[in-house]
Design a protein around this ligand. Structure first.
Ligand SMILES: Cc1cc2nc3c(=O)[nH]c(=O)nc-3n(C[C@H](O)[C@H](O)[C@H](O)COP(=O)(O)OP(=O)(O)OC[C@H]3O[C@@H](n4cnc5c(N)ncnc54)[C@H](O)[C@@H]3O)c2cc1C
Length: 405
């Protein structure tokens, strides 16, 4: 896609991290033309990671998650259209239709629409409470603030989000019980070996994690919920489901874009001559030789925004970083993942003995480093980054690296 001209009109759909950072980046890199940011939610752009951490734990008020002060959009001449989702796109012409019937004539469109929480419904309860948006977080926080210390909250799903929710509830003095369907959480993203090392984190934090659990039904009582499992029941004062995410791209069917586990984009984030996609909703093909995996990581969305802003504003290009990064704060520990490991990659612990509560490990495939994972070892993880970036040989990484210190 060519650089923008001053008479171009950029419409950014999705006022989350990627959408907002793109608007800021276009201005920072010199684009002076019109920019419109469309957001389905009524809120100014905000950051999601603190929602399950500081906000739910009661340490931050929701004001602190704002990505910028409210006047910032006006200062950088970004027209905000909030509280109205886009419902249609003609990729060829660039016309974006909003739910209130407004038609925006764009010369470039950026789709930064993220994902939604995957719903979890049972026969008696219908869809249960989830946590994706600021409104979800504020509602759950208000609800649990009314509970007494020691009361039980059932968390369905023991993945990254469920673990963070449980940790924040425990920080409030509540008693979370985490129900995980798999035999062990995090096997999908981290593989059996690493998931095994992490399996005791909940217990170490005195949080109950039940694995291999099938939830049959959730029934509302006068003041508690009864969670019916295959092998018993559980009472909780509140229930929250953290069972993953789903794409919400139905409105783009017929737009002319390729949709296949996300908006399919090339390594420059282009989806069509006038349209780019970025962040959680974009599946990038042909980065570092892989078919392309969609990643729902904060840093990846931020990197997408910077790369696209530079390209569109005609600034010095910055290709997408080859090494994705993700973190999660759970059970009093920080898990960090660098790179593109596959669950069946070899794993070598390079720092911290077995059963240590701080360690670093490398993933490798056919003798080549594919990733690094750390438990509460952020500095050591950064020492692993050059090896992951370069796809170094595992032997060299093991021989050369100053892992200690
Ligand atoms: C509770 C929580 C905790 C997280 N913690 C971490 C973490 O610790 N580490 C990490 O790496 N990542 C974390 N993430 C993931 C990270 O927040 C996302 O990767 C990041 O927000 C992606 O940015 P995005 O702009 O692509 O999507 P989003 O931030 O989801 O923004 C997309 C926006 O588009 C809007 N939208 C959707 N459809 C439309 C439409 N049709 N029209 C207009 N607007 C639309 C949505 O309402 C939303 O506001 C967390 C996510 C959540 C929910």
């Amino acid at each position: 896609m060519d650089a923008l001209e001053p008479d171009d009109h950029v419409v950014v759909v999705g006022a989350g991290l990627a959408g907002w950072r793109l608007c800021e980046g276009l201005r920072a890199h010199g684009f002076a033309g019109r920019v419109t940011l469309v957001g389905a939610e009524p809120h100014h752009p905000y950051d999601r990671p603190p929602l399950s951490k500081q906000v739910l734990a009661g340490r931050w008020d929701v004001d602190r998650v704002a990505l910028a002060p409210e006047g910032r959009a006006g200062e950088i001449r970004v027209d905000l259209t909030l509280g109205v989702p886009a419902v249609g796109l003609d990729a060829a012409s660039g016309e974006v239709t909003l739910a209130d019937g407004t038609r925006l004539a764009a010369t470039r469109v950026a789709l930064a629409v993220g994902v939604a929480a995957r719903a979890f419904a049972t026969p008696s309860s219908g869809p249960l409470r989830t946590l994706r948006s600021l409104d979800d977080a504020a509602a759950l926080r208000d609800r649990v603030a009314d509970l007494e210390a020691g009361e039980t909250v059932v968390v369905i799903g023991g993945g990254f989000l469920g673990a963070e929710v449980a940790t924040s509830l425990a920080a409030r003095g509540l008693v979370p019980v985490v129900l995980e369907a798999a035999a062990r959480p995090l096997v999908g993203p981290l593989g059996e070996v690493v998931a095994g090392w992490l399996a005791g984190l909940a217990a170490d934090a005195s949080i109950e994690l039940r694995t291999g659990v099938v939830v049959r039904d959730v029934v509302a009582g006068p003041s508690t919920w009864r969670v019916e499992l295959e092998d018993g029941t559980l009472e909780g004062r509140e229930v929250v489901a953290a069972v993953g995410s789903r794409l919400d791209l139905g409105w783009l069917e017929g737009s002319g874009l390729e949709l296949d586990d996300g908006v399919v984009v090339d390594a420059a984030l282009g989806a069509a001559p006038r349209v780019a996609a970025l962040g959680d909703a974009a599946r990038v093909v042909e980065v570092a030789g892989e078919r392309g995996v969609r990643r729902e990581h904060w840093q990846v969305a931020a990197d997408h925004a910077e790369t696209l802003a530079r390209a569109w504003a005609g600034a010095e290009p910055s290709p997408l970083p080859a090494t994705p990064y993700f973190w999660s704060d759970q059970y009093g520990k920080k898990i960090q993942l660098l790179g593109r490991p596959r669950p069946d990659d070899e794993v070598v612990r390079v720092l911290g003995p077995a059963n240590a509560d701080r360690w670093l490990a490398l993933y490798a495939r056919r003798g080549v480093v594919t990733g690094a994972v750390a438990l509460s070892q952020p500095r050591a993880l950064m020492r692993a980054k050059p090896f992951v970036d370069a796809g170094a040989s595992l032997d060299r990484a093991l021989a050369d690296a100053p892992w200690e210190g």
